[in-house]
Ligand binder design. Structure first.
Ligand code: SF4
Length: 236
């Protein structure tokens, strides 16, 4: 009997050591992707993020990294894998989903239980310009109060492709969920998260919006939602 326990113990330790090595190797690959933009073994990386999410975060913390890097790895792998397919899907079959926290704190828009928050294009925040550009290109545009609302919209609209904007964790989770609904998803993580007045890289949002449609010509960088002037991004 002792021998059996001993064998089980050895097998368990071997499995744990192998899992730790696998997570460390995945972390190295993920850091190469995030810091150097070098993508190797994307399917392995995605499997690690999706299957060992919590353990992967613990390993990242153990090596002094923020656990946010795990979400960023998941987002970047899916972006790399999906951008080409996303670009081939008609804009009329695409949706863009913006989180409510990007709105200005004095936003006058109200929540509709079916379509989300109905932006009035008042100009207090950057959402006005993201909405205008998305609709000009042919997208369906939504501002949502949370991840469960995104799932509801995807279930109802059944888009071929989705561009999501959210904080790292919500975006990674939503991209994982939406991918299972056979929707080609790409995303832009927030630069600064929080409850209101969060920040997003508008240039990157516009670049992704225009994938397969037209190229972004302007070189304006990060704008915050408190900065309503996007004229440079829009080339006005
Ligand atoms: S532009 Fe911004 S603040 Fe104005 S209604 Fe739209 S989301 Fe609200």
């Amino acid at each position: 009997m002792d021998q059996i326990y001993s064998i089980i113990g050895k097998i368990t330790i071997s499995v744990l050591v192998l899992l730790a090595l696998f997570l460390i190797m995945s972390l190295i690959l993920g850091v190469m992707l995030v810091k150097k933009n070098k993508l190797l073994f994307p399917r392995i990386l995605l499997f690690t993020v999706d299957t060992f999410y919590l353990q992967f975060k613990k390993i990242a913390n153990f090596f002094g990294l923020s656990d946010r890097i795990v979400d960023l790895i998941g987002i970047e792998v899916r972006n790399n894998l999906n951008e080409r397919k996303f670009a081939r899907i008609s804009p009329e079959d695409r949706i863009v989903v913006v989180p409510q926290c990007v709105r200005h704190s004095k936003c006058p828009a109200r929540l509709d239980s079916v379509t989300g928050i109905d932006c009035k294009s008042c100009g207090l925040c950057i959402v006005k310009d993201i909405k205008a550009e998305a609709e000009r290109l042919g997208y369906k545009f939504y501002i949502v109060p949370g991840g469960s609302f995104v799932k509801r919209i995807v279930k109802k609209v059944r888009p071929g492709a989705a561009l999501g904007i959210a904080c790292h964790q919500d975006l990674n989770m939503s991209m994982h969920e939406i991918s299972r609904a056979e929707c080609t998803v790409v995303g832009v993580p927030l630069l600064k998260d929080g409850c209101v007045n969060t920040e997003v890289d508008v240039k990157e949002v516009f670049r992704k919006l225009r994938l397969g449609i037209e190229n972004i010509k302007d070189e304006t960088n990060k704008l915050s939602c408190s900065d309503g002037d996007t004229s440079e991004v829009l080339g006005r």
